[in-house]
Write a protein that binds this ligand. Structure first.
Ligand SMILES: Cc1ncc(COP(=O)(O)O)c(C=O)c1O
Length: 399
């Protein structure tokens, strides 16, 4: 066989997909697995919208099944524009929005549009694992900006400035962050915008969790640097349709029109049914009440997970997440490696988590625990099992 393209060697199976396949296997063996690994919601989209779509499915028309414009249907782009106005008081023209097949496609096509081999891209550490393989794939040089638990994972603006060179093309900012749950503060947001404008750098802001906020406010960096921000979004978390693959990017029109072309080559158009559904959801009366209910429920589960970790895993360190779905928990004090612990927890104790090494070069003794997938009772049971594992290793001393 002739050699394959070298760039595909840079791609790896997503860790969560990998863990999911082990989890599925254990499930088939009738093992009860407590899922702290998934970055997927557990509350489905509002019943009112599901019922409406059910009605529409009965109509004898191709509307829900046909190709759509590659940039996404106008109704959806208009609904997104209205939603951004409602949520953030920002004005984004529907033509400055491109609808994509999920957040991942928004990431892939944006980096395809911006990055040339050799460009430097500043990536926080820890942050979402989805960026490194794509940056490698496009030949970018990753410059890590280390953020720490002690500093609540906020960037060090002076340090960041010193990392900028003539080759810096972009800074990637995930807020609320996955895995840390950190929200960029108002001061940091303004400082980042200033840096981007001063140095003519792109700010790629990943706002996948922008409506899952438990305390504080989400900062829309577009407000401060509209000509420098490409904002990446997904409907996988709100309104909870990860399997239907729908997301979007917004930013300067000229860039968005190129991102659209990349998407056109890749998937032709985003999924039609999901576009029609989300357009109706965003414009519905239940849009805000639904997300409020979801946030209240997830906050309750977060609080339970936090208090369980505090009482059952006293050596574990974490920062209470202000947004997203995760408690990033460091087991360094136990002298444990995260990959080892995650594997042990899954195979022996039936608790699925994601090791810190997927997000960070530093937090290799951490685990990412999702608090949204399981009920409060099972969250308690899961943390109890982690505690049991540590006891069995002779590491936990709560009893
Ligand atoms: C921060 C962040 N960005 C992007 C994505 C990708 O979104 P999607 O699942 O819609 O492809 C995820 C998914 O978990 C995420 O956590």
């Amino acid at each position: 066989m002739k050699d394959l393209a070298k760039r595909v060697d840079l791609l790896r199976e997503s860790p969560t997909r990998k863990i999911d396949s082990i989890r599925e296997k254990l499930k088939r063996e009738n093992r009860d697995i407590i899922v702290f690994s998934a970055g997927q919601p557990s509350i489905p989209p509002p019943i009112e919208i599901r019922e409406l779509m059910g009605q529409l499915l009965k109509v004898e028309s191709m509307e829900l099944y046909g190709y759509t414009p590659s940039q996404g249907i106008y109704e959806l782009r208009q609904a997104i524009s209205e939603d951004l106005k409602r949520l953030a008081s920002i004005d984004v023209d529907p033509d400055s929005i491109v609808v994509t097949a999920g957040g991942q496609a928004a990431m892939f096509s944006t980096l395809a549009t911006l990055i040339e081999p050799g460009d430097e891209v500043i990536l926080f550490d820890p942050t979402y694992f989805g960026y490194k393989p794509l940056l490698d794939y496009y030949g970018a040089k990753i410059v890590r900006h280390y953020v720490s638990m002690e500093n609540e994972f906020q960037p060090d603006i002076e340090k960041l400035k010193s990392q900028i060179t003539s080759k810096t093309k972009a800074i990637i900012i995930v807020t609320p962050d996955n895995p840390s749950g950190r929200l960029i503060t108002h001061e940091s947001a303004k400082a980042l915008a200033e840096i981007a404008v001063d140095h003519d750098i792109w700010l790629i802001t990943d706002e996948a969790y922008k409506t899952l906020i438990y305390e504080g406010e989400h900062e829309y960096l577009y407000k401060y640097a509209p000509n420098n921000v490409i904002s990446l979004n997904t409907f996988s978390k709100d309104p909870a349709i990860p399997g239907w693959r729908l997301g979007y990017a917004y930013g300067p029109k000229e860039v968005i029109s190129k991102i659209k072309l990349v998407n056109e080559e890749m998937v032709y158009c985003p999924p039609s049914f999901a576009q029609h559904m989300v357009a109706r959801y965003l414009r519905s009366e239940v849009r805000m009440s639904y997300i409020k209910r979801v946030v209240e429920e997830y906050r309750r589960r977060r609080d339970i997970m936090v208090s369980e970790i505090r009482s059952k895993l006293p050596g574990a360190k974490f920062v209470i997440p202000k947004g997203s779905m995760f408690v990033f928990t460091d087991f360094k004090e136990y002298g444990l490696n995260g990959d080892y612990l995650s594997n042990l927890l899954l195979e022996k104790y039936g608790v699925a988590s994601v090791p810190g090494s997927y997000f960070s070069e530093v937090y290799t003794s951490a685990l990412r625990f999702s608090f949204v997938a399981e009920t409060p009772e099972r969250i308690k049971k899961g943390i109890e099992k982690v505690s049991e594992a540590l006891e069995d290793l002779g590491k936990n001393h709560t009893k």
